[in-house]
Design a protein around this ligand. Sequence first.
Ligand code: IMP
Ligand code: MG
Length: 172
Amino acid sequence: MNIENKLIDEKQLEDKVREMALKIDKAYDGEEFIMIVVLKGASVFASDLLKNITGDVYLDFMAVSSYGMSTQSSGTVKILKDLDMEIENKNILIVEDIIDTGLTLHYLSQNLLSRKPKSLKICTLLDKPQKRKCEVKADFVGFEVPDKFIVGYGIDCKEKYRNLPYISLVEA
Ligand code: IMP
Ligand code: MG
């Protein structure tokens, strides 16, 4: 498998993350919020983002698994790890690696909204708009990318390549 085809390099990632953190700080304008990181793919992005946020921020994690192609129509997602924190009446920011069909984030948003947060915003490093199956509007988007398989900077292919410091297209 060839992972040498860099799509987004280290410097571009660093600059973008800093820019996104500034926008997030500005949006919350001194109000505290909880960053909800979607494991595992968003973990590297979220760590870099967190270091660049200057406002009052709390950290929590969720792990979900999609059931795959066969159940995409129902958009069923299983929660593997739930939040530690109560989010009722809190500002929450979901941090995701990629929005593809949108099914995962649609499910997650509905689930978290049922817990009555004060506000819910979505931040994603990458957006693949071409295969969207349900409408998900991210408030903060790093890069729009083509409908190709991507790895690196936390994002895997069968659990490999999360450690690449850049984002690469995967070619068989
Ligand atoms: P969806 O928006 O529900 O289709 O799924 C988004 C999730 O699928 C992301 O959080 C990733 O975990 C995974 N995913 C989508 N595209 C890619 C890719 O190109 N490489 C690795 N994982 C991907
Ligand atoms: Mg993911």
